[in-house]
Design a protein around this ligand. Sequence first.
Ligand SMILES: Cc1cc2nc3c(=O)[nH]c(=O)nc-3n(C[C@H](O)[C@H](O)[C@H](O)COP(=O)(O)O)c2cc1C
Length: 190
Amino acid sequence: MELLQAIQLRRSVRAFESTPVSDEQVNSLIEAAVWAPSPLHQQPWSFVVIRGAEAKAKVKQLCQATKQAVIDGGGPGWVGKYSFDFLDQAPVYVAVLFDPKKAGLGSFFNQSRGAMAAAAAAVQNLMLAATGQGLGSLWLTFFDPLKMAQALGSPEGLDVAGIIPLGVPAENPKAPPRKAPKVFSDFYGQ
Ligand SMILES: Cc1cc2nc3c(=O)[nH]c(=O)nc-3n(C[C@H](O)[C@H](O)[C@H](O)COP(=O)(O)O)c2cc1C
């Protein structure tokens, strides 16, 4: 698949077939992920491949807790209708964790954004590779990331960039239109 085609074809998929996704497939997606750039090449990411019922239940539980907190806090009305059923459907998820201390020279200024940026690039690589294999994916962040890291048994100090449910898509979502990019010349606003 052409790169631009994969970039444009990737959709956030929230309905999956039960068709299995093999370890080889998942490993190939993680292989794509780790070719992402990272500050000082510190590669701040790590991955938890989630297939088991207990880990999946913990993920769903933390997502539902966050949904309830948003509802209780008077958040937007659509949240009440947001369903995590796709978490029951997807045969596998990949949690992408990162070490905020591995932020390149940013760490010198107490900035961790470089680590999250690198993890985000890894997530996008993984999702594009999934698209290339005909798999659907979703970048899920609807949870407390530090609680999620803990629930997944991660060492202290790691953060979660996202959990990516993967599977054969059971829907073909329409591409949400993109805004025209703000592009300036030499200086912002020009
Ligand atoms: C950092 C990030 C977090 C996201 N978190 C969620 C999420 O928790 N739940 C969800 O359904 N979609 C989530 N999305 C997906 C966006 O809703 C989606 O990318 C956007 O609507 C555009 O649709 P597309 O991905 O099909 O182009 C997230 C996307 C990004 C980049």
